[in-house]
Design a protein around this ligand. Sequence first.
Ligand SMILES: *Cc1c(COP(=O)(O)O)cnc(C)c1O
Length: 401
Amino acid sequence: MTSQKNLGKATQAIHAGEARASSTQKTGMPLLPPIYQNSTFRFATAAECAEAFRDEESGYVYTRWGNPTQEVLEQKLAVLEAGEAALATASGMGAVSTALLTALAEGGHVVAMENLYSATFQILNEELPRFGIETTFVDATDPTQIAHAIRSDTKVLYLESPTNPLLKLVDLQAAAEIAKAHGVISMIDNTFATPCGQQPITFGIDVVVHSMTKYMSGSGAVIAGAIIGQKEFVVRAKEGALRNFGAVISPLNAWLTLHGLTTLPLRFARHSENATRVAAFLEGHPAMAWVRHPSLPSHPQHELAKRQMDAFGGMITLELKGGRAAGEHLVDHLQLCSLAVSLGDVRTLICHPASTTHSHVPAEIRRQTGITDGLVRISIGLEDAEDIIADLGQALEACTP
Ligand SMILES: *Cc1c(COP(=O)(O)O)cnc(C)c1O
């Protein structure tokens, strides 16, 4: 495992964790890690079984406690995110909730970025307050706001970078230093960047969470999540909140995600390259009020992006001059790109938040949080960039005022 840390990302993505996947006694090992589609495991003797209950490292007992397929995935995740250990979960929200429940106790306080993924915001704003846990939301693009919001009872600093959907960035090193200085656990949702876009643990962040539903599995076939961090935290999450609240990944989803990860470095490089080309095209288009992608020099934090990101990712957000009518027109006229929520798929996906995901939010609140009527979010896929540009171009033609 230690030597795997020195390998390139593409090599790590394919080989990390997989060596111990076979238990066959014969020569000729399965090239792909097999799927152990088992809920439970059999023991030869009472002594063996008792030992597995006493020392969990010594054997598998029951899939909610641990499963060989899930473990191969977890070892790959730890290497890719440069963490000590990892935990796979049933969904991204399973990872977010398990990580928060592990780090928090009654009456604790959280400092969180504003404009978080909506379900994460609801956990912090509606669920945790029922247990006496309060959250202060800040504009974490300014590290001094993080420092000002930390109190003596603050337990967690919760971040996203780049954020959804406005692609704001947080200076990870500055944020991690502030958290450390106050004895606060720093946590980041790295779904948009993946470990191929940035490795937050290398900047001093304590815990990384993922929705592996997106780029990590990449297929659009799986709901899955992950937690990566120090071994002590991961073991506490595994033996406590994950096992008892039960957001455990199924062997099939672990296996599908495992194989998705083997091509993550190739896919993420292509997503980033395609998005950089599409963003440049869109920024020159007369229908645009503005276009945001970390690759663009017009991104307010372009210098920070160059400093802390290895690749800029596949998400583009734009504002159409023609407002809501133009946004609806654009998504109605697509021929190649698909109108769908989610992201990180091989296919290009577009959504118009004002008429869909955020339609229940009052217009005034949408405006305050930057979800304007002409805002469109695009998850650039792995098609040829020219074809994505041509499809957007023809759909935009009639939007031009
Ligand atoms: C999708 C998403 C989640 C939630 O993940 P699920 O797999 O749907 O539970 C959390 N954070 C971000 C940034 C996401 O995009």
